[in-house]
Design a protein around this ligand. Structure first.
Ligand code: EPZ
Length: 429
C-alpha cells in the first residue's frame, strides 16, 4: 500500500487549480443512465471513486470514451468523458461492486425510473457510520415503487412507471435527494420534494438534468419541484468545482502561513468555511477567477464549529478544521452532527502531539506550541488529508499510511502541494 512522507517545511505559496467535485461527478455519472442519448461531462476529476463508478456503469452496459489530451490542457485539467447509456443490459448492482463505492447504490433511481426495476445491493456501513438507506426506500416507495429487501439486496419494481407525489424528507439527505430528483424526472406528473438538500452538488445535478430536458425548479432551496417528462435527451455539462478540496487547501495554507490562489472555485460554494477561516486568522480575497487565501504572521485564533447540512459548515471539512485548530492560541469545540463516527482522525492527530478530548459528538481541541512528525494511519477519506495538513507544520517527518483513502477524493494532492513548496512525496508500495 502506498504511503506519503511529509516533512514540515514552512509556508505554502503559489496557485492550486481546483478539480471538479467528486460529490458532483458521482451523481452526474449515475443520472446519465436516465437517457439513451450521450452525456458529455467536462472537468471530471481523476479519482479512484470515479474509476470505481465507471466499472459499475460498464456492468450496466454503459459505454464511455475519455477525450485525449488537448492543446492548452495540463495533467491538472479535468477529463472530458463521453458516456452513452443507449441500452441498459443489467438492472442488478452486485455487492462486490456496490460495497467498494457506496454512492453506486444510487443507481437504484435511474434503473427504476427507466427500466421499471432494480436489484441493488445494500451498500453497508463504512468507517464513519452505519449509513442507512431508509430515506431512499421511503421516498421511492412514495413514487409508487414496490420495494422489498432480501439477502442483502433491495428489489424495486415499478412496471407501470413512477407517479409524481409530494414527499417531505424527515431529515436532510444529499444522496436521497439526488436519487428522488433523478427518479421523479421520468415519473408521470409532478413531484415536490420538501426538506431537500441544498448542497451545491444537488444544484449541479439538477442543472444537468434540466439541460437533459428535465423540468426542475427550486434548486438550492429546500423545496424542489420536478415535472416528470417522457424522455431525457443528451447534453454536455461541466462538473462544478470541488468545495471540499478548495476548503482543504484553504485550511492547509492557513495552517502553514503563506499565500495560495485557489483557481476555478467561487466563494458561494463554501462561504461558511471562508468566514470561519477569516475568524481564525486567514485573509481572503475573491476575484472572478478564484480565491486568494493568505496568513502571514498573525497567530491562529481558536473557533467553535458545528457541522450542518449546506449552507452550514460541511462535515467533509470537519477533520481538516480540527487539524488546523491543533495549533490555535486557545481551545476550540468541534461538534459533528451528521455522522456518528467521524472522529477517527483524533487518535492519529494525537500521535502528532495534538491535545484533543472527546465527549460524544463534541471534540475539544486545545492548541499546542508545536506538533511532531510520526507514523500515522489514514482511516477514511477526509481524515487522511487532515493528517497531511497537520504534518505540513509538524517538526520532522510524518509517514501517512493507507493513502488509498486519499486517492478516493483528492486528485494529484502531492503534486498540488509540492508545487506550492510543501515537502511531500509518495512512496509507491
Ligand atoms: C454525501 O453522502 C456525501 N457523499 C458525503 O461525503 C457527505 O459527507 C454527506 O453527503 C453529507 O454532506 C457523496 O456525495 C458521494 P446524507 P450521503 O445522505 O448522501 C443519514 C465524502 O467524504 N441518512 O446526506 O450518504 C446518514 O446516515 C463523503 O466525500 C439516513 O439516516 O449523506 C447521515 O447521518 C463522506 N438514512 C445523514 O443522513 C438515509 O436513507 C446525512 O447523510 C440516508 C442518510
Amino acid at each position: 500500500m502506498d504511503k506519503i512522507l511529509v516533512t514540515g517545511n514552512g509556508p505554502l505559496n503559489g496557485t492550486i487549480p481546483i478539480s471538479g467535485a467528486k460529490n458532483a461527478a458521482l451523481p452526474l455519472m449515475i443520472a446519465l443512465m436516465l437517457s439513451e442519448e450521450s452525456l458529455v461531462l467536462e472537468n471530471v476529476p481523476r479519482l479512484a471513486d470515479v474509476d470505481s463508478l465507471i466499472r459499475i456503469l460498464e456492468n450496466h452496459g454503459i459505454d464511455y470514451r475519455v477525450e485525449g489530451k488537448r492543446r492548452g490542457t495540463s495533467e491538472m485539467s479535468g477529463r472530458t468523458i463521453h458516456f452513452s447509456a443507449a441500452e441498459i443490459i443489467d438492472t442488478t448492482a452486485p455487492y462486490e461492486l456496490v460495497s467498494k463505492m457506496r454512492a453506486s447504490f444510487w443507481v437504484i433511481g435511474p434503473l427504476l425510473a427507466r427500466m421499471g426495476e432494480a436489484r441493488v445491493s445494500l451498500p453497508g456501513g463504512c468507517a464513519i457510520g452505519t449509513r442507512p438507506v431508509d430515506l431512499f426506500i421511503d421516498s421511492l416507495a412514495a413514487l409508487g415503487a414496490d420495494i422489498s429487501i432480501d439477502h442483502g439486496y433491495i428489489n424495486a419494481f415499478a412496471p407501470n412507471g413512477l407517479k409524481g407525489t409530494r414527499y417531505r424528507f424527515p431529515k436532510v439527505s444529499v444522496g436521497a435527494t439526488h436519487v428522488l430528483m433523478m427518479a421523479a424526472s421520468l415519473a408521470k406528473g409532478t413531484t415536490t420534494i420538501e426538506n431537500a438538500a441544498l448542497e451545491p452538488e444537488v444544484v449541479d445535478l439538477g442543472t444537468c438534468l434540466n439541460a437533459m430536458g428535465a423540468k426542475i425548479s427550486g434548486l438550492g432551496t429546500s423545496t424542489i419541484t420536478i415535472e416528470g417528462v417522457e424522455k431525457l435527451h443528451g447534453a454536455r455539462h461541466r462538473v462544478v468545482a470541488d468545495r471540499i478540496e478548495a476548503g482543504t487547501f484553504a485550511m492547509a495554507v492557513t495552517m502553514t502561513g503563506g499565500e495560495v490562489y485557489l483557481k476555478g472555485v467561487q466563494p458561494h460554494l463554501f462561504q461558511t468555511v471562508l468566514d470561519t477561516l477569516e475568524k481564525v486568522g486567514a485573509e481572503i480575497e475573491v476575484d472572478e477567477g478564484g480565491i486568494k487565501v493568505r496568513r502571514n504572521g498573525r497567530a491562529l485564533s481558536p473557533a467553535n464549529v458545528t457541522t450542518e447540512p449546506f449552507p452550514g459548515f460541511p462535515t467533509d471539512l470537519q477533520a481538516q478544521f480540527m487539524a488546523l485548530m491543533t495549533r490555535a492560541n486557545g481551545t476550540s469545540e468541534i461538534t459533528e452532527t451528521i455522522f456518528e463516527n467521524r472522529f477517527m482522525h483524533v487518535q492519529e492527530l494525537a500521535r502528532l502531539g495534538a491535545d484533543i478530548s472527546l465527549d460524544g459528538q463534541k471534540a475539544t481541541v486545545t492548541g499546542v506550541e508545536g506538533l511532531n512528525g510520526a507514523e500515522v494511519m489514514a482511516t477514511d477519506l477526509r481524515a487522511s488529508v487532515s493528517l497531511v495538513i497537520a504534518a505540513l507544520v509538524a517538526d520532522g517527518e510524518t509517514t501517512v499510511n493507507r493513502v488509498y483513502h486519499l486517492d478516493r477524493g483528492f486528485e494529484l494532492l502531492e503534486e498540488k502541494l509540492s508545487k506550492c513548496g510543501a515537502k511531500i512525496v509518495r512512496i509507491r508500495d
